[in-house]
Design a protein around this ligand. Sequence first.
Ligand code: BT5
Length: 278
Amino acid sequence: MTSAAAHAPLDAEALRRARAGARIGHTIRYFESIASTNDEARDLGAAGAPEGVVVIAETQTRGRGRLGRRWESPANRNLYMSVLLRPAIAPEDAAQIGLMAGLATAEGVAGWAPQARIKWPNDVLIGGRKTAGILTEMYSGADGSIAVVVGIGVNLNIAIEELPEELRDKATSLAAATGATVDRVAFADALLSRLDERYGLLCTAGFAALRQRWDELSCLTGRHVRIIAAGAPQEGTVVGMAADGTLRLRSADGSEMRVVAGDVTVLDGYGSAAGCPQ
Ligand code: BT5
């Protein structure tokens, strides 16, 4: 594929054909430019759209990460996508949807780069560099039902030098890591299939059914970390994922803590074998 073809618009019709009749992706809303695909999916959800609607944009003018951080979204290179879900789960278990999406995304990326790993809670890394991020947002209806928007950003064909300078040593793309241009329709289809399968398993068997696979792909298992969450920073060695989707952390005195969400720093050096960042 030439580089001009590599940066052609995504063939939304081809993706629609590939996803026809699927639970996730039966409807694909495609935009050249949008503020944030998560906002569009939220609005569609509020207007009554069914589960499985997918919003994709070539570029986002206000792409968001967690805690209001920015998600770099240059046009025609990558994948910026949000999926509307209507899971029958308790609101307090909604974090499991984000973890499930992180697993599905890591597995999707691994189809192109087998060395892909998850960094809890749901970044996907290749060689310790961030390749994908996930923003899960939950909305409650007046009837007590919940809608969850899973926003997934994956760097596919962006060159490292096209990223802002401060990200060039922390981020990568599939093309930069593998040397091959990624067919964005094939990638989006594979990722949505994986998401469909993993979501189905979560709904029928609970997070416990995903836990082992999550631990296998996690670059943090066994690492000494510091986690900044809502309260005081917590430090310890990552034991693995609990059946309810909380992270098990063993502190120096041997006691075990459970962490729901937060930002992780790895304290025990560069884990190239595990694909973890510093
Ligand atoms: C995330 O937040 O990683 C969630 C990103 C979710 C983006 C998707 S795109 C489709 C949907 N629509 C949206 O508006 N959002 C979702 P967080 O863990 O807070 O990480 C944000 C940090 O990642 C930033 O502060 C940067 O350091 C870094 N970053 C920003 N853009 C990046 C990129 N394109 N590639 C790698 N790292 C990036």
